[in-house]
Structures are given as structure tokens and as C-alpha cells.
Design a protein around this ligand. Structure first.
Ligand SMILES: [Zn+2]
Length: 405
């Protein structure tokens, strides 16, 4: 809910799905598992694509496990961001950088290295502890209006507030964006990164929809949200991360020193050309999703009929949406593997596909390896290049089945 309009138009209904981070340990395989609707709506007034709140935020965030094993390319992406933004905003020892959902401090460490004061805000205590041990000041709290006011009362306002992949996951969007506006120093800048709805739609990335992601933003809907809370998006960049993301730059609505850039106007035109400002344009997506499912099942059925073995690579949240929606269990996918030791030995939620360490692939030598985190396909195909020794092939399921020779 953003603008308060009643949600009546379905964007896509992916049926019932378990929480994507609820990996099942062996001793619970015979227990009941909660499934919740994955029914996404689009608001007729502000065009914000969103899930209704089916699961309470407490249930999500208590289940949410922390993994320090970020993909290498993501760590590098954030390092480059830090270098760029320090220069662009001419940040100094007198500045303050605040990151919302600062995790283990993997981004803020780059500012600290440059002698720039930082503050991380991170609700998960176990994760914040890692940041603190690294010498990164971190406040263990949910971010919103109340936290912002507390900081302002202590004389803290930020020259830069940054957040990557947090906006989609805040249960109270209005409260969060208000908090940004309050904490921002006059003349300061906010940068927020989120997966781009335009790419999600163009490439049928329906597997990026899960209960932990309440919102799916276009520039148009992000502008609506920001402007209703006193903020102005004055610049935007498109990024390759997570299948195509946006990084928006925002300032106070009244900050006349910052003009809205040509990038913003051009991207807005691009979104309008795709019809994102008209409710009818959202109607096709559900059919695209069904067709993607049929194509993937077609491939898997053919492969199985010709006696091939198929293993998965990765146990990401998006894999769970895909497998549950398509009804893919061990009838198609013998097992999957993941580098994260926390997931190894457990089973995927709902589908109960077992998760092993990556070495299992060399042992079993499957004919196909289905890459579930397709946004890291390049990295994974490099790491697992040895499957070619026995003629193994990589398969990517989205936007349509691609088999790499
Ligand atoms: Zn709305």
C-alpha cells in the first residue's frame, strides 16, 4: 500500500508458495509447511506493483538468515559505487554517510577506508555484530521516521544516505521514505538501488517475486512514492545487477540546486513508451509468465524422456518461486547445490529438492545444470566450467530456456 487506493488489478498470481528462505532440515521433512499466496497487484492510481501483506514482517525477518557469501561481482559492484559517489559528491572527513540495511558493513568499509564518517543501520543483530567487529559504527534498528528523528535529535544528519535492495523489502514504505527525508541534511543526496520493473516485465523475471519483496518499482512509481514524501528524483542510472536495476538519486523536493537530469526524462519516456503509465499495459504479464512455465516444462519433459540427468545450481529465493510455481520437484531436478554451508544438507522449501555442496556435481556428472540464480550466470559458468569435461551443459530458465553448449 502506498497511495491508499484499493488494489483491484492483478499483475500476476503465482499461486501458493512457501517462504523462500525457509529451508527445510531433514527432521522436518514430514511436517506441515506454511504456504502463502504470491498474488501481485498493480495500483491503478500510482502504478506501484505490490504484494498484499500476507505474511507479517516479524515472520519474515525472524526467518531471514544471514549469509556473508555475497557473490563476488556484487561486492565489486558496491566497491565501485563507493569510489564513484565519494568523488561525485566530494565527500570529506566532515561528511556523514548513512546506509540503511547496512548488513555486515561490506559497503561502508570503503568510506571508512577513505576517512569518511559513516553510520550503518541494520535491524539484524547478528549481522550488525559483524560490522561492529570490523570497526563500522552500526545501529541495530529498523529504519523509519522514529529512528530518523532520534538521529536528528542527536545532531546527526546525512550528506549521503544510501540503500541497495532495501526499498522493496520495507513493510511500511511511507514511514521509510519519510525517514529518509527527515535524516537528510539540506543539500544532501539519497541513492537507492532496486530491481527495475521494466526489465522484470520485458524479461519475464517473475521468479524475482517472493514474499520478502513487497514492491516492484518503475521510475514512474518510485517518483510517485518519493514525491508524496517531499523528495525529488533528480538523476537515475541503469545497472546490470539483479537482472537490471535502477539507482535513483533523490534530494529534498525544494532543493533548487539540483535540476532533474536528462537521464530521468529519457527513462521516463522509455517507461511511457512501454506503457507503464497505463493500467492496460500490465495485463499481458500474467500470460507471459504462463508461457515461460510451459517452455521450461517442455524442455524438462523432453530431457527426462531422453534419459538425461538434471541438477540445479544454487538455492536462491528466486529458485523457490520458479520451482514451486512450475511444480518442479525431484521428478525433474535430482538435487541442487549451493556454496553456502548453511543451506547444504537442507531441502528447498515446498519442493523438498535436496541441497548439496557444489562438489556433488563433479561426482554425479549430470547432463544438464539448471542455473537458478541466472543473474550470476557468467560467474557460475566460469566456476563450474569443468562440467564440459563430461559433456555437461548449462541451462538458464529465464526469460526463456537457453542451453549453453
Ligand atoms: Zn497507489
Amino acid at each position: 500500500m502506498n497511495c491508499g487506493s484499493e488494489l483491484r488489478v492483478t499483475f500476476v498470481d503465482l499461486g501458493m508458495s512457501p517462504m523462500c528462505e525457509s529451508y527445510v532440515p531433514a527432521e522436518k521433512l514430514n511436517h506441515m509447511e506454511p504456504f502463502y499466496p504470491l498474488h501481485v497487484y498493480v495500483c491503478e492510481r500510482c502504478f506501484l506493483v505490490q504484494l498484499q501483506e500476507y505474511v507479517s514482517p516479524e515472520d519474515i525477518f525472524t526467518e531471514y538468515a544471514y549469509f556473508s557469501s555475497y557473490a563476488d561481482s556484487w561486492v565489486e559492484h558496491m566497491r565501485r559505487y563507493a569510489d564513484m559517489i565519494v568523488q561525485r559528491l566530494a565527500l570529506t572527513r566532515d561528511s556523514l554517510v548513512v546506509e540503511v540495511a547496512s548488513n555486515d558493513g561490506y559497503l561502508l568499509q570503503h568510506f571508512v577506508r577513505n576517512g569518511i564518517p559513516v553510520l550503518g543501520i541494520e535491524p539484524a543483530a547478528n549481522v550488525a555484530k559483524v560490522a561492529l567487529e570490523r570497526g563500522i559504527p552500526t545501529l541495530v534498528k529498523f529504519f523509519g521516521e522514529a529512528t530518523a528523528r532520534e538521529l536528528v535529535a542527536q545532531g546527526k544528519q546525512a550528506d549521503l544516505i544510501c540503500g541497495a535492495n532495501v526499498l522493496a523489502q520495507v513493510p511500511k514504505l511511507g514511514d521509510f521514505v519519510n525517514g529518509l527525508e527527515i535524516l537528510l541534511k539540506p543539500g544532501g543526496v539519497i541513492t537507492i538501488e532496486f530491481p527495475h520493473l521494466l526489465r522484470l516485465m520485458a524479461e519475464t523475471q517473475f521468479d524475482t517475486i517472493y514474499h520478502e519483496h513487497f514492491y516492484y518499482f518503475s521510475l514512474i512509481s518510485a517518483e510517485a512514492v518519493f514525491s508524496s514524501h517531499g523528495l525529488k528524483i533528480f538523476d537515475v542510472e541503469t545497472l546490470p545487477t539483479h537482472g537490471g536495476s535502477l539507482r535513483v538519486y533523490a534530494c529534498r523536493a525544494g532543493d533548487s540546486a539540483k535540476n532533474v537530469s536528462e537521464n530521468v526524462q529519457q527513462l521516463r519516456r522509455e517507461e511511457e513508451a512501454a506503457g507503464l503509465h497505463r493500467i492496460e499495459s500490465y495485463a499481458n504479464f500474467a500470460e507471459q509468465v504462463k508461457e515461460t512455465k510451459r517452455k521450461l516444462l517442455e524442455f524438462l519433459i523432453d530431457a527426462k524422456r531422453s534419459g538425461k540427468t538434471i541438477a540445479g545450481y544454487g538455492a536462491p529465493g528466486k529458485g523457490n518461486t520458479l520451482l514451486n510455481y512450475c511444480g518442479i520437484r525431484t521428478d525433474f531436478l535430482d538435487f541442487t547445490v549451493d556454496r553456502n554451508p548453511y543451506k547444504q544438507g537442507k531441502f528447498l522449501p515446498g519442493t523438498h529438492i535436496p541441497i548439496y555442496a557444489p562438489e556433488k556435481i563433479s561426482e554425479v556428472k549430470p547432463d544438464y545444470v539448471l542455473i537458478l540464480p541466472w543473474n550470476f550466470r557468467e560467474e557460475i559458468m566460469q566456476q563450474m566450467a569443468h562440467i564440459r569435461e563430461w559433456g555437461g551443459k548449462f541451462v538458464v530458465p529465464i526469460p526463456e530456456v537457453i542451453v549453453y553448449p
